[in-house]
Design a protein around this ligand. Structure first.
Ligand code: MF3
Ligand code: CO
Length: 250
């Protein structure tokens, strides 16, 4: 069962979502050559705490950091470390915030300085996949419509879907039912209803999309090809959707 949020929960989710978005905006000027991902993690954690919220990921299944920072071939859950950003990298930053017991979750990928056209392309196409998935959200549609819309974009550009990462329901828990695969068949799955809240999060790869674990959290593409990750937390409304963690530009 996918939970339907109460009006009070929706108000809190909107606040949690805006703190996620504000955290991303706060980090933006720091995403430069030379900074370590651990430094970004500390900045994000301090900012989230200053807003009276807590980082959802810290302590989740033992996750030790506040955000996920995945560079180039790293996928989705990479741990902040002493690795420094270099000119030409792309970095996906995933942020989860808990405010008065409810969670919002969102990720975005950024270029560091000048990046290759391949990396520009994977960012642009993965963002398109996210919004194509989001555009499939309205009451009466099904979870499979979101999955299908995302996979159509990856096919259109001959990219691979990293199948190990999927979207999810969100609310009182960071990960709630259902799993929202980034590939699937239209019309299948549970029907969308007003008051559901879903985190949509495609990860696409330039290369084959096969991945391996390099530590407890960090996954990398086997062929070392670059990946991008975009995620928004989205409320199903009476006639469509509302994005709670920002918009088309982040
Ligand atoms: N957005 C990611 C997800 O929903 C972040 C999870 S990081 C974790 O899977 F540490 F919380 F697992
Ligand atoms: Co998520």
């Amino acid at each position: 069962m996918i939970s339907i949020k109460s009006n009070d929960e929706i108000e809190l989710l909107k606040i949690a979502g805006s703190i996620v978005h504000d955290t991303r905006m706060y980090l933006l000027p720091f995403i430069k050559e030379g900074i370590t991902t651990k430094e970004l993690d500390k900045l994000a954690e301090d900012y989230i705490l200053s807003r009276g919220a807590t980082p959802s990921f810290k302590g989740y299944n033992g996750y030790p950091s506040s955000i996920c920072t995945s560079i180039n071939e790293e996928v989705a859950h990479a741990l902040p470390s002493k690795r420094k950003l270099r000119n030409g990298d792309i970095i996906s930053i995933d942020i989860g915030v808990c405010f008065r017991g409810v969670h919002a979750d969102s990720a975005w990928t950024y270029p560091v300085g000048e990046v290759s056209s391949k990396r520009e392309m994977i960012m642009k196409c993965t963002k398109e996949a996210l919004f194509s998935g989001i555009n499939a959200i309205k009451p009466g549609n099904h979870i499979g419509d979101i999955s299908h819309a995302i996979s159509k974009i990856s096919e259109k550009y001959h990219l691979s879907i990293v199948k190990e990462v999927s979207g999810h329901g969100i609310g009182r828990e960071l990960h709630e039912e259902p799993d929202i695969l980034n590939y699937g068949i239209a019309d299948l799955g549970e029907e969308l209803k007003e008051g559901m809240v879903l985190a949509i999060e495609p990860v696409l790869a330039v290369g084959r999309g096969d991945v391996e674990m390099v530590d407890d959290w960090t996954i990398e593409t086997v062929d070392n090809s670059s990946t991008a990750h975009y995620e928004h937390t989205v409320l199903v409304t009476s006639d469509g959707y509302e994005i709670l963690t920002g918009g088309i530009d982040g």
